[in-house]
Design a protein around this ligand. Structure first.
Ligand SMILES: [Zn+2]
Ligand SMILES: [Zn+2]
Length: 174
């Protein structure tokens, strides 16, 4: 739970509250976001007559394997946060919007939306370096740290194809 107490601004149109905190979310066991440190949250909450609008930024460092060489990479995610909450005790059902999120009493738990924002902002690619040379497909040697015996003989992929054709012609099988 990441609890934000909105007692001071609830039902007071135009009142704002700044929520700024570093929270540990390592208990969240989700494969997509393996946290490498606390999550930095900075959100401004603004009260209107029916709702509380929350807007800000969520930052976290996660650790993921490099797409090419699998070595661990720390990735900073900076996600925008924008949600609308409403109090179940003050809002009439017919005024509700689908995307609004309900809360009871004076406390909003923003944890689900924090996680959601971070997941939405995950980068498509993770690379330890733009020029990462990856792993040898045969023996797994990390080419960033050195060569392997297989890579001594650098094979042009077109040559591999040619070899396969020759093998077929000679009736050999792999
Ligand atoms: Zn890499
Ligand atoms: Zn190799």
């Amino acid at each position: 739970m990441i609890q934000v107490n909105v007692e001071r601004i609830k039902d007071r149109q135009g009142e704002t509250l700044l929520f700024r905190e570093e929270v540990g979310l390592s208990h969240i066991d989700r494969e997509e976001i393996p946290f490498a440190g606390p999550v930095d949250i900075e959100i401004e909450l603004t009260s209107s007559d029916k709702t509380i609008q929350a807007e800000g930024t969520v930052k976290a460092v996660i650790q993921r394997p490099c797409d090419r060489c699998l070595s661990p990479v720390e990735v900073l995610i900076e996600a925008p946060f924008k949600e609308i909450y409403f109090s179940t005790s003050t809002t009439q059902d017919n005024l509700l919007q689908d995307e609004w999120i309900s809360f009871k009493n004076e406390v909003i738990d923003i944890e689900p939306e924090v996680i959601k924002s971070l997941i939405t902002a995950l980068p498509m690619k993770t690379l330890c370096d733009q020029n990462c040379r990856g792993l040898c497909p045969s023996c797994g040697q990390n080419f960033n740290t050195g060569k392997c015996a297989c890579s001594e003989e650098e094979i042009d992929p077109r040559l591999v194809e040619l070899r396969e054709i020759i093998k077929l012609k000679h009736g050999e099988k792999n």
